[in-house]
Design a protein around this ligand. Structure first.
Ligand SMILES: *[C@@H]1O[C@H](CO)[C@@H](O)[C@H](O)[C@H]1NC(C)=O
Ligand SMILES: *[C@@H]1O[C@H](CO)[C@@H](O)[C@H](O)[C@H]1NC(C)=O
Ligand SMILES: *[C@@H]1O[C@H](CO)[C@@H](O)[C@H](O)[C@H]1NC(C)=O
Ligand SMILES: *[C@@H]1O[C@H](CO)[C@@H](O)[C@H](O)[C@H]1NC(C)=O
Ligand SMILES: *[C@@H]1O[C@H](CO)[C@@H](O)[C@H](O)[C@H]1NC(C)=O
Ligand SMILES: *[C@@H]1O[C@H](CO)[C@@H](O)[C@H](O)[C@H]1NC(C)=O
Ligand SMILES: *[C@@H]1O[C@H](CO)[C@@H](O)[C@H](O)[C@H]1NC(C)=O
Length: 329
């Protein structure tokens, strides 16, 4: 099993999201704050998940988002996010002027919970394909969950004229598919790894098309983070460089293909699709702080952030000021 948390590590500083949010305002937010029907539906992995993992899951890494040190900066205790504070969905909701939408898991277990602000279907570790653990729903399953809630009448009040939604669909996905690929094919050649990129992006484009066909017109999709800046990969950086630039070129290939797909999808009637440039935002922020060193890491390569021994001893370390760190681990 590959490192689960490494591929769903979280970016914890809010300034990272600023350029991303400026992009959003260009497309999808016109008059949103005043529009009471605005809601946010999130799909994807840990960068968007606000608490969908089952906190009672017997596999510790599946319930890690409910363990220390996550949530340390905000709200002060573990809150189901793979972050020391808020995640992208929270920031986008704040930008829209609405509370962060409830996680799907809570909506399912509590029939009284309001979906006025949308629902968050994102699940740490998820990909467009199946990843890591059988219980992690891929993004197609997350969309099926959205459809089921709609059929059950729990979100159909959002349907506007002509069966389209005024709401924003937000998706951030893909990194975990590459993590899963590396875990499955540790000896894959560079050519084999690159050949997987269009496979992922085609499936991602199908996902965007599925959201459009369901009635979403405003869709924000994040591009892929610089994979070569993840702590594991960055250790292979050439001297004088922060990240493994060779690995980053694979992210750029992914992002170029995604941009080409979005260009085509935007031709669909009424479609307002925007790419949130996480790649550039994260690159700029990492250059700014000058390190890819994660704030939280296992005490050795056998362990990861949030791992705990059976006797209760923590098997990770946390940096002195998590609120100033970028990668949690
Ligand atoms: C969470 O996991 C526990 C233990 O496996 C299980 O009993 C419970 O039904 C799960 N809850 C949900 C909402 O999946
Ligand atoms: C995180 O988001 C919540 C709302 O979802 C907000 O109340 C809180 O102030 C945010 N915290 C930080 C540190 O941004
Ligand atoms: C998503 O998960 C479902 C349920 O496990 C599976 O049937 C489907 O093939 C998966 N989709 C993709 C694209 O892997
Ligand atoms: C959607 O609802 C159907 C019918 O109840 C069920 O069989 C299916 O598993 C549900 N799909 C998801 C992804 O929850
Ligand atoms: C609904 O369709 C009608 C007729 O095609 C069109 O005039 C109207 O602008 C559409 N409304 C929305 C909200 O798309
Ligand atoms: C990858 O290569 C190593 C070293 O050659 C070998 O021990 C291992 O079995 C290979 N793994 C797979 C999944 O082929
Ligand atoms: C707890 O377990 C860890 C890891 O197995 C070990 O290093 C440590 O000595 C143990 N501590 C106590 C107090 O037993």
């Amino acid at each position: 099993m590959a490192s689960f948390t490494r591929v769903i590590q979280f970016v914890s500083v809010s300034f990272l999201l600023l350029p991303v949010l400026l992009h959003l305002s260009a497309c999808c937010i016109n008059g949103a704050a005043a529009d009471l029907s605005t809601a946010l539906f999130a799909f994807g992995g840990s960068y968007a998940d606000t608490g969908n993992h089952n906190r009672s899951d017997t596999e510790p890494r599946m319930s890690a988002s409910w363990s220390k040190p996550y949530g340390e900066t905000w709200p002060g205790s573990p809150a189901g996010r793979f972050s020391d504070g808020n995640v992208s969905t929270d920031f986008i909701a704040a930008f829209l002027g609405i509370p962060s939408p409830p996680p799907y898991g809570q909506v399912m277990t509590n029939p009284d919970i309001s979906t006025t602000n949308g629902v968050n279907f994102a699940y740490g570790g998820a990909g467009v394909f199946n990843t890591f653990y059988a219980t992690i729903p891929n993004v197609s399953t997350q969309i099926a969950q959205f459809q089921n809630l709609t059929m059950e009448g729990r979100i159909n009040w959002l349907t506007q004229e002509n069966g389209t939604y005024s709401s924003l669909a937000f998706t951030i996905i893909g990194g975990n598919d590459y993590g899963e690929f590396d875990a499955e094919y540790p000896n894959a050649t560079k050519e084999e790894k690159w050949a997987f990129v269009p496979v992922v992006v085609n499936a991602l484009a199908d996902t965007l098309r599925a959201l459009y066909d369901l009635g979403f017109r405003k869709i924000a999709v994040s591009n892929l983070l610089p994979l070569g800046c993840q702590p594991g990969a960055a250790s292979h950086a050439s001297s004088g460089e922060l990240c493994d630039e060779d690995e980053n070129r694979m992210s750029q290939f992914h992002n170029d293909l995604l941009a080409a797909h979005v260009y085509e999808l935007k031709k669909l009637p009424g479609a307002e699709i925007i790419i949130l440039d996480l790649y550039s935002a994260l690159t700029a922020a990492l250059n700014d702080i000058g390190t890819t060193e994660p704030c939280c890491q296992g005490i050795s390569s056998d362990y990861e952030c949030a791992d705990v021994a059976s006797n209760g001893t923590s098997l990770y370390t946390v940096c002195s000021d998590p609120s100033q760190a970028l990668l949690l681990g």
